[in-house]
Design a protein around this ligand. Sequence first.
Ligand SMILES: [Fe+2]
Length: 371
Amino acid sequence: MDFFMPVALFTGSECISKNQTLFQTYGKRCAIVTSQHAAEKSGALRDVTEALHLENINYCIFHEICQNPSVESCIKAGKMAREEGADFLIGIGGGSAMDATKAAAVFAANPELDEDGFYSRQWQKKPLPVLLVGTTSGTGSEVTKVSVLTDSKHRKHSIKDDRLFAAVSFGDSRYTQNLPLPITLTTGVDVLAHCTESYFSKRADELSRSFAVRGIRLLVEPLLAAAEGASLSPKQREQLYQASIFGGLSINSTSTCFPHNVGYFLTERYGVPHGFACATFLPDLLQYEEEFDPAYAEGFYRELNVGKDALLQLTAKCLPAPSITMTEQEISRLLPRWENNGSVGNTRGTVNCTFIQKILEEKYVRKGEKS
Ligand SMILES: [Fe+2]
């Protein structure tokens, strides 16, 4: 088993104020990176700024991070941090804000770096230290070395580097208590995708599988309740948050499989939220794995205490009704992006472009509309 996750992680109610002296370790001035509203609405921004005041740390705020953050916005945030003399960055938000903060810390330390240099990881200096505060239960970015950004050609890319790990992450599920239902559902199925894809990754081992299984076992009950319209209790929110951390730990070890990467085009072209986009292809992964290695798939359901049908029903309840149609030609034009793709190649067995083509045609080409 291989395991490397050097983040100091604190979870639970008021975990920021209980550990606020930690902030001083990283300097006297920081840049907070967040989106327009989430940090404020969740209460996380108030708790962070209170802690900074008490520790006599000055701060500036960059609040222009959007969903599926662009590299350009990270360059901007990094520039602001540098010009303000920040010693460290604090990212507050869901996956978008946390991933953007990781990248902004790279740009803050490397003024000459452009988009290509960022993706090729030619970073002369190591990024400024990053502290993260999660406000959704999905990405698991708190504990991963991953940053997913959108490039100047509007393509999403996942970049992985040990230098992208946060120094410290805080996970207080009170910040997720009032999340709107669509966000709860899309982040919830993102966790389901992380755990499931990790389990079926070529790199899965005993430790990563234990994270993946634990994540799904925590997730199923509160996610089903949310999908059926119940308002979630603090305990259920805590379960979802913990599940997202287990999901992050599992993919940090194994990476994701084809559903994550194939899902990117749904987000880029049709604006489908990340979790829904990836979970769209989970039934295909499960079907494929059942044929490829029935005993391994059987072991997955046995460990979960949840059958395949129940898992598929949960996924279907969370996903919005399908509305996308495509032509065979449109699908063909997409296929090169999955040649030699890491997530596709990471799936157990031999998944290739022809396999993905078949899935996309079955899902999106309407009979009688074939080109
Ligand atoms: Fe994800």
